[in-house]
Design a protein around this ligand. Structure first.
Ligand code: PLP
Length: 379
């Protein structure tokens, strides 16, 4: 059998062509000269203060796409002072956790939802999206390398922070042509070192965080920059967080701090319906699925301050809580409406709130089986 030389060349081109069409995007591993000491006292981890040995860095250039993925030592990055992100905040991020199970597996909770949400944020901010498979593979590879950093202490975890920002050195408002995608990892402690405690919240009538047509439904840095003043005000007034109202009329409930919010009014559990101005939390989505699975009436609908005040006066506001990856479930014990203060469930965690907290954390840490297919085991 004789193959003409041209066939050999053609085959060669075809194979390399396939290779470049779905480029081999395995990150280059650059080992660190020294590894850090891991924290010995996991009860003192706090949140987001300690970072692991490695980070993932991927570059983007218009016309070239995402390229050059690297897992490299965690450290400062070089950036032009004119980098567009520093001036116009073209940036998006995500937040999720890796959990260590009792039998030493490492697992993630619904990571595909974070990947898809990041791409939706990218779309709104005119940032190029990432291939879902590449994102998942890069993230799992980084966590696999850093698996010893996933804490062992109860309710402690490894916080995962993916983010993308504009790097063109250019002063002028337009989409950047170049970006960096980075994932950093931070071991974080138990959010409730003294047990789950209800927080006090005031209803923010002055500042708003989002409005129709805006970026409230995305995780972009600018949203959070704009919320800090209100957060500071809450602290000065002696509250933990603020309850955000809609940007147009200050009439409808939106979110609480950086969490979605739920109220149990009589037998109905209500959370504001998603829209431009509400972040579609993955915890929110999971809470709704769990509640409906258990047979509760859980509705996503418009909820006004007036309705909530009325329910409170009638003694029908029986539970309230925030939901988000960091705290999972954060019960609300006191709501200050400005014209009235309401103590919910005697300032104690309600039974549905407790059941949600227990079930979600049991699934996340692998203490109970996961009938929903939410867990992705990576080690
Ligand atoms: C991240 C976030 C949430 C919660 O989302 P999860 O996916 O549950 O962590 C809610 N509201 C805001 C404003 C957020 O940034």
């Amino acid at each position: 059998m004789h193959f003409p030389f041209e066939y050999v060349i053609l085959g060669y081109i075809l194979i390399w062509g396939m290779f470049f069409l779905k480029p081999c995007m395995k990150p280059l591993f650059i080992p660190a000269a020294h590894l850090k000491e891991k924290p010995t006292d996991e009860s003192k981890l706090g949140f987001g203060r300690i970072f692991t040995d490695y980070m993932l860095v991927v570059e983007y250039e218009e016309g070239k796409g995402w390229y050059d993925p690297k897992i490299m030592p965690y450290g400062p990055i070089e950036l032009s002072p004119a980098a567009m992100v520093l001036h116009y905040a073209q940036e998006v991020f995500e937040g999720l956790k890796a959990y260590r199970t009792a039998d030493d597996h490492i697992q993630l909770f619904r990571p595909i939802e974070n990947i898809r949400r990041m791409n939706r944020s990218c779309d709104r901010l005119c940032i190029p999206q990432l291939d879902e498979d590449n994102f998942m593979e890069w993230m799992t590879e980084l966590i696999t390398i850093e698996k010893d950093w996933v804490p062992h202490a109860p309710a402690a975890s490894l916080y995962i922070r993916p983010f993308i920002f504009a790097t063109d050195p250019y002063v002028g408002v337009k989409p950047s042509h170049t970006y960096k995608f980075i994932i950093i990892l931070s071991p974080v402690g138990n959010y409730y070192p003294e047990g789950v405690k209800p927080v006090s919240i005031y209803v923010e009538h002055e500042f708003t965080r989002a409005s129709k047509g805006g970026t409230g439904y995305t995780k972009c840095g600018g949203n959070y920059a704009a919320s800090i003043k209100s957060q500071v005000k809450a602290g000065q007034l002696g509250y933990t967080q603020v309850l955000w109202l809609d940007g147009a009329e200050r009439k409808y409930i939106e979110e609480v701090g950086t969490m979605n919010v739920f109220f149990k009014i009589g037998d109905e559990i209500v959370t504001p319906e998603k829209g431009d101005s509400i972040l579609g939390g993955i915890t929110r989505m999971s809470v709704l699925e769990l509640l409906r699975h258990w047979g509760y009436t859980a509705n996503e609908r418009q909820l006004s301050v007036a309705e909530l005040e009325k329910a409170a006066k009638a003694g029908k506001l029986v539970e309230a809580f925030g939901s988000g990856t960091a705290a999972v479930i954060s019960p609300i014990g006191l709501l200050d409406f400005g014209d009235m203060k309401v103590t919910i469930n005697n300032g104690e965690i309600g039974s549905v709130t407790q059941k949600l907290y227990d079930t979600l954390t049991d699934i996340q840490w692998g203490r109970i089986s996961d009938p929903f297919g939410w867990i992705k085991r990576i080690v």
